[in-house]
Design a protein around this ligand. Structure first.
Ligand SMILES: *Cc1c(COP(=O)(O)O)cnc(C)c1O
Length: 400
């Protein structure tokens, strides 16, 4: 039974519904697709077996038997939740074990776990930086970094994507700020290219800045043993703040910041998204810990991911698709308009392939794309199937 709403309430909702309708008219409405069953190389959508090419579960660890078992065991040993924030109720030993393992992966003194990558970025940047400070942020940085910068109230200078000459000029031209931070994605989430870390390290040192790298898409998959972007460039120990997530290649949930003891102690005392939120659930910590062990035990997953990506990129290029500047397994198939991009995604789905249409504001206007990512669990047949589906859909939609 429903009761009539007072007019003021109806009007209040009319306004936001109108806004939604405007978003829909611009082909920018978003609605998550329903996946019936577990995430894997194939998923079930509308009762049909569908090749999944848009998960961040790059190594297939979300459903790895040992990782799932570790999550179960962590629940049995510690419970379903952490009970409170760590400053209120203490650190569980599984949190400490996880942080030790993460610091070892990153080659840093120590590390601190956060509830998510979003929380890690927001908490870290806003703790370190405040009014009177300046942050230099790559124009294609993840939304959580953008929000983090805003929340800090520091002055924010956006530098053109990977343009270290422009950044250097900004650094030179700036009057004296109290503290300076350069922040960048390690692997850019929608383009799949890699930050110019050697140059950024040089600039940070020359201009006395903190350097922060968001390795959400690099942790576990980029660099030797999946140790991340700094390791990829042989720059371990030269990036002050290395953020990473447990939620992508590690197949779990949560995130971390790895760095020097002084930095991490500071974050424990100052990062509001660490202090005022409940600690990571034991299952997430346990799963991530086991995922770190799987990284060492099963390097073939990482190798296969990169091989699949190479095959997909070469095949898509030869079929006439425009791929942007990817240097990794994140493959942007640039379509342009939001409507065309949606049509392409829909046609791909009819052909048995789920690749997500990425539209503004996640990417600039006119740069809508399918963000295509294989995993380390796909095989050659899957890649052939994907290329055939892209070929058919691309022709039908007039993309190629
Ligand atoms: C996914 C992502 C995050 C957020 O991580 P969550 O754990 O999903 O909150 C942060 N930065 C980048 C670059 C990401 O891609």
């Amino acid at each position: 039974m429903t009761t009539a709403r007072p007019d003021s309430v109806a009007e209040k909702y009319d306004a936001i519904i109108r806004e939604l309708e405007e978003i829909e008219a611009r082909d920018l409405l978003r609605k998550p697709r329903l996946i019936e069953g577990p995430i894997g190389p194939h998923v079930t959508i509308d009762g049909r077996d569908t090749l999944l090419l848009c998960t961040n579960d790059y190594l297939g660890l979300t459903n790895h038997p040992a990782v799932k078992r570790a999550a179960h065991e962590a629940i049995d040993s510690y419970g379903a939740g952490a009970g409170a924030s760590r400053l209120v109720a203490g650190t569980l030993s599984i949190h400490e074990e996880l942080e030790t393992a993460l610091a070892r992966l990153k080659g840093t003194e120590t590390a601190i776990a956060f509830g998510s990558g979003y929380l890690a970025n927001v908490g870290t940047v806003s703790a370190l930086m405040r009014r009177g400070d300046v942050i230099y942020s790559d124009e294609l940085n993840h939304a959580s970094i953008i929000d983090a910068c805003r929340l800090s109230r520091a002055t924010v200078r956006i530098f053109p994507h990977k343009d270290t000459h422009a950044l250097e000029k900004m650094l030179r031209d700036d009057p004296n700020f109290r503290r300076r931070l350069i922040v960048t994605d390690g692997v850019f989430s929608m383009d799949g290219d890699i930050a110019p870390l050697p140059e950024l390290v040089r600039l940070a040192s020359e201009f006395d800045c903190y350097l922060m790298v968001d390795d959400a898409h690099a942790t576990g998959v980029v660099g030797p043993q999946g140790r991340g972007t700094a390791a990829h460039f042989g720059l371990e120990g030269q990036v002050d703040i290395q953020m990473g997530t447990l939620s992508k290649a590690l197949g779990s949930y949560g995130a971390f910041v790895a760095g020097a003891r002084g930095l991490i102690d500071y974050l424990v005392n100052r990062a509001r998204s660490f202090i005022f939120t409940t600690a990571l659930p034991p299952a997430s910590a346990g799963a991530a810990l086991e995922a770190l062990r799987v990284l060492e035990r099963e390097p073939h997953r990482r190798e296969r991911l990169w091989k699949n990506a190479e095959m997909l990129k070469a095949g898509l290029r030869s079929r006439g698709f425009e791929l942007g500047m990817s240097e990794t397994f994140i493959i942007p198939v640039i379509i342009g308009g939001a409507r065309e991009c949606l049509a392409m995604a829909e046609t791909l789905l009819e052909n048995g392939v789920f690749a997500q249409a990425i539209r503004p504001p996640s990417v600039p206007e006119g740069a809508s794309r399918l963000r295509v990512v294989p995993t380390g669990e796909h095989n050659m047949d899957d890649m052939e199937f994907a290329l055939e589906a892209f070929n058919r859909a691309g022709k039908k939609c007039g993309v190629v």
